[in-house]
Write a protein that binds this ligand. Structure first.
Ligand SMILES: NC(=O)c1ccc[n+]([C@@H]2O[C@H](COP(=O)([O-])OP(=O)(O)OC[C@H]3O[C@@H](n4cnc5c(N)ncnc54)[C@H](OP(=O)(O)O)[C@@H]3O)[C@@H](O)[C@H]2O)c1
Length: 212
């Protein structure tokens, strides 16, 4: 598939690399191509484009921006370039302004995924992968032989099946459909626990397994 990964942080770079490795055509979107290449020389030779061009290319568009920058980045990408697209949201609404642990700037009665969906109603938003570290996102079998859980939720069943197919391609085995996008509230509210586990372990190489 044609996949646009918006964002050049460790998540964007990791997912872009893994999508290429698993046979997809990938472009990476950034706000300023030249500045990003100076900051991330490892992106030399990659298909790096301004956000609107990248989003226009993708059949699937991945939001890998920080929570606070997400809506602004997607606005810059352009609503018309997101219309009808599967929009994979892996972001978390973390507020780091008061130090560690971060707090959530939206929760309980709303979520960042729903904010995205409200602002871009013609995009088909699927929340996934936000509860795992970027290495595990891309290489789930590096831990416990992949015997752990990734969640998907969204209001468009076809979009969720497209995303599940991409996750299977990464090696995920246990993909749990948590239902409508409003349940992204629950996925985003796993982060206060995740960051405390990170504090306890001192590394991010752990994750959640749903035992039925
Ligand atoms: N890190 C993880 O393993 C992980 C796991 C699960 C979920 N998430 C979520 O995934 C999203 C992306 O995470 P991330 O860790 O890749 O975020 P990040 O490093 O903050 O990168 C996000 C964007 O911020 C800009 N940026 C990156 N480094 C910068 C720097 N040094 N100075 C100025 N701007 C910079 C880049 O935008 P431009 O390209 O436009 O410059 C980049 O696309 C977040 O919402 C996060 O909560 C992360």
């Amino acid at each position: 598939m044609r996949i646009a990964v918006l964002g050049t942080g460790e998540v964007g770079r990791m997912l872009a690399g893994r999508f290429s490795e698993t046979g997809h055509e990938v472009v990476i979107g950034t706000r300023d191509v030249e500045k990003t290449l100076l900051r991330e020389p490892g992106l030399q030779g990659r298909d790096l484009k301004p956000l609107p061009e990248a989003a226009a290319f993708g059949e699937v568009v991945v939001n890998a921006y920080g929570g606070t920058g997400t809506l602004e980045a997607l606005r810059e990408a352009g609503a018309a370039n997101l219309d009808g697209k599967v929009l994979v949201d892996v972001s978390n609404p973390l507020d780091h302004s008061q130090g560690f642990p971060p707090t959530l700037f939206v929760k309980d009665t709303d979520s960042l995924a729903e904010q995205i969906q409200r602002e871009f109603p013609a995009a088909r938003v699927v929340k996934t992968l936000n509860t795992v570290n970027n290495t595990l996102m891309a290489y789930p079998r590096q831990l416990a032989d992949g015997d752990h859980t990734v969640f998907v939720c969204g209001d468009d069943d076809v979009a969720k099946s497209v995303v599940s197919g991409l996750l299977l391609g990464f090696g995920w085995k246990d993909i749990f459909d948590l239902g409508p996008l409003a349940n992204a509230r629950g996925l985003e509210m796993m982060l206060p626990l995740w960051v405390r586990l990170y504090g306890a372990f001192g590394h991010p190489n752990f994750t959640f397994k749903l035992v039925r």
